[in-house]
Design a protein around this ligand. Sequence first.
Ligand code: ATP
Ligand code: ASP
Ligand code: MG
Length: 324
Amino acid sequence: MTTQKTVPLIELPKSLDQLSASEIERKACIGKIMTYTLRNLTGKFVDSGFQWLLPVALSQSTDPLWPDPGASIEKRIEVDIYGKPVRTTASMIIHKLIASSIAYPKLFILSPNIRIEKAERAKTGKHIYEFTQLDFEARDATSKDIFALVEDALIGLVTSLKRDMKTELTTLCRCDTIKVPKKSFKIYDKEDLETEYGADWETELAASIKDPVWVTNIPREFYDFEDFKTGKWDNYDLFLPQFGEVLSGAKREWEYSKIFKKIERDQVKKENYSLLIKLAKEGKIKPSAGAGIGMERLVGWIAGVQHIAETQPFPRVPGTVHQL
Ligand code: ATP
Ligand code: ASP
Ligand code: MG
């Protein structure tokens, strides 16, 4: 007998003008939680000595999003300005590596990312085609430093929310179900998870955990650190219970020869990364580590939404274009 998994039917978020009175009340509650979360986390980063950089929308270099086993990009947006090709920001990873190496040793950016995900991704509830990462990077940091920083930030955030946002969490039926996580989060190796759960390990892991967990050693884009001797990757994702991935990050490559080799291996266009390559060759790229937190996913988890576009005033559901 074949067993078929049933994909839960998700109601797709509507635009503001389509909401009923009770849906507007819910939207407003989620909006307050987003405001609280942004203030709490940006405050935490500023207090920890991070400088807050403003984002850019158009650059020659952006995240290649390749190779990534889960990539589902339907279209990449590229336009010519002043006679040069630029791309809309997929993530500010390249900017982070250069900025943290040269002028801002600890930095973060509330960075709008455009990723035109395939329309079928609307039903995951976890993908939107414009989202915001709280994207941060720290020179000379290790993965362990980032784990500690993120664990403290998440524990602090949930503790404060439970104290200050009781009314909103109650309206969203999350007051009793959201738990303050405890340090230190468990760490799993992706290879072990694949052995245990198979190809769909991400879904199975999210469904089975009661607390946030780290997953490490995930082969992906050239900028994450790979130990050529062991084949292990010093990178990580944070998974939240009953939800899934909310953060990705890594210790970074900084040596010219490795960066160059990996760009060639991935068949990524060298000309899009010529500044990074040049700076690395001159020894100006410094070791760093960092990560990006998807704000709509984090707030979506806190609010217990079916679809993370519920956290957006102007939903960006793959396959649907509203007027606003
Ligand atoms: P996924 O595998 O879930 O599609 P990803 O691993 O490709 O996501 P990353 O490139 O790691 O995404 O992006 C960093 C973070 O940005 C993710 O951990 C997530 O929180 C957020 N993010 C990525 N893609 C999306 C999206 N389409 N919609 C909302 N948030 C996203
Ligand atoms: N923000 C991620 C990081 O810091 C990169 C990404 O968005 O893909 O690793
Ligand atoms: Mg990821």
